[in-house]
Design a protein around this ligand. Sequence first.
Ligand code: AMP
Length: 365
Amino acid sequence: MRVGVLGGGQLGRMLALAAYPLGMQVRVFDPAPDACAGQVAEHLCGSFDDEAALARFADGLDVVTTEWENVPADAARYLAAKLPFWPPVEALETAQDRLVEKTLFRDAGISTAPFVPVATKEALSLAIKQVGLPSVLKTRRLGYDGKGQFVLQTSEDEEPAWQALGSVPLILEGFVPFQRELSIIAARGTDGETRFYPLVENHHRDGILRLTLAPAPDLSSGLQQEAEAIATRVLDRLGYVGVLAIELFQQDGHLLANEMASRVHNSGHWTIEGAQTSQFENHMRAVAGLPLGPTDVNGNVAMVNLIGSTPPAADVLRIPYAHLHLYGKEPRTGRKVGHVTIVAPDAESRRDSVDQVLRLIGETL
Ligand code: AMP
């Protein structure tokens, strides 16, 4: 089985590392000559608008998937006309536009923050009246890790928010006073077989994921069922195959959907050592038409992102229950360059190990 992956970052790298034991060969497509998946898989370097490069990429592949959410829809459609392409192009397009995404949630009966599209300055004033304050103005497309967002506390923020973001299509969302941020990762095979990982709790700073706890502390079966029902509605609507992640806010004991990723997700990196089958392996199994693996958790698990720089490997590996993943990327401010997974026998030793990792990297959550 030869699997093509659009995008060659750390997600593509971890997909390739999961695929090889299954006897698969992986070819990634990425415009960056130093794309880090290229260290562990065949790398075709080309531009997403170059059909000849896409055709060379497709040559000899059995199936194509993606690890980068902003793959241009035209490139995806071009490949989908030649080869099985999972997740469906519609899922990719939905996740690329916050308005389309939130509309899909709403049409599927999934709760979200109130939202209104904003295209003009006048529309922003109206939207603020509809949604209320505080609220969050976001770019519809190409926002990630908290970029392209402006929180409006008072009406005085309207002008600076418009100045900061007004050059592109926007969405205004009500600010959710959530208790915590959670995410659910689901995997669905070509025959519809579906598995869910347990809800995890995510901690961000400056809009970037820093820490994931798996399973989420104080997880009730009711909350897990609610999350699985949300994911199922999205999977069904999109005829989905592969791994899907949905980021959620917990508010007053219920869940609101914030956004989805039609790919493996940072809040699922813990599954490599922390679950019976990793999200990467289950994604590759799904797109290759193979049975999925169990998603049970192997203990009290946590994942800490390494952002901007990496500590000495020995200092990480000295910490009890710690596993180190380095992505082979040039360190740069704000860049995800690796992660540490803790698989501890109990909650107390998990907390001890996580505290040691956070101290080592100078993270103040
Ligand atoms: P996003 O890019 O939508 O995932 O937003 C990045 C982070 O901003 C989220 O993880 C939340 O911490 C925060 N955030 C986004 N949207 C909202 C909202 N409507 N209400 C409150 N916080 C939000």
